[in-house]
Ligand binder design. Structure first.
Ligand code: CP
Length: 303
């Protein structure tokens, strides 16, 4: 039985297989409409979500399976004090596979340690969000046509942004990838991740001005400054509008750069950018459903 807790749980070869399967599903979704007949996915979301929960549900329904679950801790017995481990043991009796989001780092690891069905980490605090990463990888693979020799800019909240941490971990494994990390001093990547980049000899630079770096990027991954991760409202207010991507900044970028964002966006991409053909964040949302179909099939061993 396999779980997916961090992007590193999948080898590069396995990720390539998932991307190839997602490509095939995209070409002919109807061929996969009964792959999970009779199977049940549980979505246990202790933290709010639109895309991740609904794309998991859409993915399972598109495979012919069924879904159950809850969308907030308040509507589950967590509100009465039930532990993640006990909730997981219980739901393992009702479902064939579980997607879980939790505000605490490590919650998915705890769940996996007691589950009798595969656990998919749908985001654990500021730690990892591997299925967003798979979505990002499928988007890059589909739109850039390659995964190697890319300059990837990541901009905004690189400290708490779990999608950033997961994407860096995943893209490190492809040849010739260079990272440009754009953030205020306070929101730089965590020390453990910087240490990993240094120890692995990966090519990265940290800068504070997006305008100085945007011209070299193949991919610009914008992120939201996440109010829910701050202990102090004053710090959040001071930092929330550090970067706003607008038409003027897009003029400095290459013609073939793509702009991604895990969404939700708040203020960090001006609405005028949506009209730019390089704005690919809504295509990215669409790919999320297909890569999750591929992942569910892999973990349920139905392919
Ligand atoms: N990208 C993402 O995780 O979005 P949600 O929080 O809406 O699931």
């Amino acid at each position: 039985m396999r779980h997916l807790i961090s992007p590193s749980d999948l080898s590069v070869a396995e990720i390539d297989q998932l991307l190839a399967l997602a490509d095939r599903i995209l070409e002919d979704p109807s061929a996969y409409a009964h792959k999970c007949d009779g199977k049940i996915l549980a979505t246990l979301f202790f933290e709010p979500s639109t895309r991740t929960r609904l794309s998991f549900e859409s993915a399972m329904l598109s495979l012919g399976g069924r879904v159950l679950g809850f969308s907030s801790a308040d509507s589950s017995s967590a509100s009465k004090g039930e532990t993640v481990a006990d909730t997981t043991r219980v739901v393992s009796c009702y479902a064939d596979i579980i997607a879980m989001r939790h505000p605490k780092e490590g919650a998915a690891t705890v769940a996996a340690s007691v589950a009798t069905v595969p656990i998919i980490n749908a985001g654990d605090g500021g730690h990892h969000h591997p299925t967003q990463t798979l979505t990002d990888l499928l988007t890059i693979h589909q739109l850039k046509g390659r995964m190697d020799h890319l300059t990837i800019g990541l901009c905004g909240d690189l400290k708490f942004g779990r999608t950033v941490h997961s994407l860096i971990k995943a893209m490190c494994r492809y040849k010739g990838v260079r990272f440009v990390l754009v953030s205020p001093q306070e929101l730089r990547i965590p020390a453990y991740l910087r240490d990993d980049l240094v120890a692995g000899g990966y090519d990265f630079q940290e800068v504070e001005q997006l305008e100085d770096a945007i011209g070299a990027m193949d991919v610009l991954y914008m992120t939201r400054v996440q109010r829910e991760r701050f202990f102090n409202e004053e710090d959040y207010i001071r930092l929330r509008d550090s970067y706003i991507l607008d038409a003027a900044k897009m003029k400095l970028a290459r013609e073939d750069m793509i702009v991604l964002h895990p969404l939700p966006r708040v203020n960090e991409i001006a609405l005028e950018v949506d009209e730019d053909p390089r704005a690919c964040y809504f295509q990215q949302v669409r790919f999320g459903r297909y890569i999750r179909m591929a992942l569910i099939m892999k973990l349920l061993e139905v392919e």
